[in-house]
Design a binder for this molecule. Structure first.
Ligand SMILES: C[S@@+](CC[C@H](N)C(=O)[O-])C[C@H]1O[C@@H](n2cnc3c(N)ncnc32)[C@H](O)[C@@H]1O
Length: 274
């Protein structure tokens, strides 16, 4: 299993590239799906854990309205700095705090809902993370968590790993696999059950990955992920081989020029008893 420590969102312009390239095609569409699990966000106080560049927090701020509030927490100051800039520019009032998920620098019983889109797989101690979410929630509050399924079920990222492996770049491929190192449904549920949550349920959600700019834009997405600095460090010839190989893989993956296969995610919901 790859170590989450190998997958860093710090340095190398990763935070800006993440927001400009990955958020519009991947994290924003999935954020809409995540927020659709709850029908009424009005007036709620919500924590967006592992907020990254803040896309989920911004969508939440629109939903909770002026009597609600949103806090975004993340361990990475560079991701938070982009989150603060983009949220201020779009007029969203969100409090961002720099904190690891455990210990989480927030008070007991503060929130109605805790959401975490594609962050849980990076947390070093998943039971401690679920315990912190439980502590910060009010009685009757809920959690909504998503984690990617295996890379073989996530076409574009599977193609990136396959191309790297065919070039003998197993170490970079293993790094790209970190967010997809599979947490099976029951394994995802266990830390939440152990922390006292009830109604723990995990759904397998599948959606196409639509990239309007087609294969060319899709190839550039590899350079918006935390493997980008390692790709840029490859010798020139290997970089060309990577681009050519990935282009070919993606041409085979797409049938209409814009759909790059499917992405699959676990979606967990649970409740803190009153
Ligand atoms: C794939 S990004 C997801 C960001 C955001 N939720 C979104 O949907 O765009 C994962 C985030 O998890 C954060 N993260 C990783 N380990 C963490 C930890 N131990 N505590 C808090 N945040 C962490 C990273 O800094 C990164 O911003």
């Amino acid at each position: 299993m790859s170590s989450p420590g190998n997958f860093s969102f710090a340095g190398g312009g990763v935070a800006d590239a993440y927001e400009d390239l990955l958020v519009p095609v991947l994290f924003e569409p999935w954020a809409h799906h995540l927020l659709a699990v709850q029908d009424d966000w009005k007036n709620k106080r919500v924590l967006d854990l592992a907020t990254g560049t803040g896309i989920v927090a911004r969508l939440l701020a629109e939903q909770v309205g002026p009597a609600g509030s949103v806090v975004g927490a993340d361990i990475n100051g560079e991701m938070l700095s982009v989150a603060r800039q983009r949220s201020a520019a779009s007029g969203h009032e969100i409090e961002f705090i720099e904190s690891p998920v455990h210990p989480l620098n927030l008070s007991d019983g503060e929130f109605d809902v805790v959401v975490c889109q594609q962050g849980f797989q990076f947390f070093p101690d998943r039971t401690a993370a679920a315990g912190e979410m439980f502590r910060c929630l009010k009685g009757g509050g809920s959690v909504v968590i998503s984690t990617w399924r295996p890379v073989t079920e996530c076409g574009f990222f599977g193609a990136v790993c396959e191309t790297l492996e065919s070039l003998g770049e197993a170490e970079i491929s293993n790094t790209m696999r970190v967010p997809f190192d599979f947490i099976a449904g029951e394994e995802l549920a266990r830390p939440f059950e152990a922390s006292g949550f009830s109604n723990v349920s995990v759904e397998n959600v599948i959606k196409p990955l639509e990239i309007a700019g087609g294969v060319e834009q899709a190839v550039s997405l590899a350079y918006a992920t935390p493997i980008a600095p390692k790709l840029r460090d490859l010798p020139q010839a290997a970089q060309i081989q990577f681009r050519d190989g990935l282009t070919e893989c993606l041409r085979q993956l797409t049938e209409d020029g814009t759909t790059m296969g499917k992405m699959a995610s676990n979606l967990l919901t649970a409740r803190k008893p009153v």
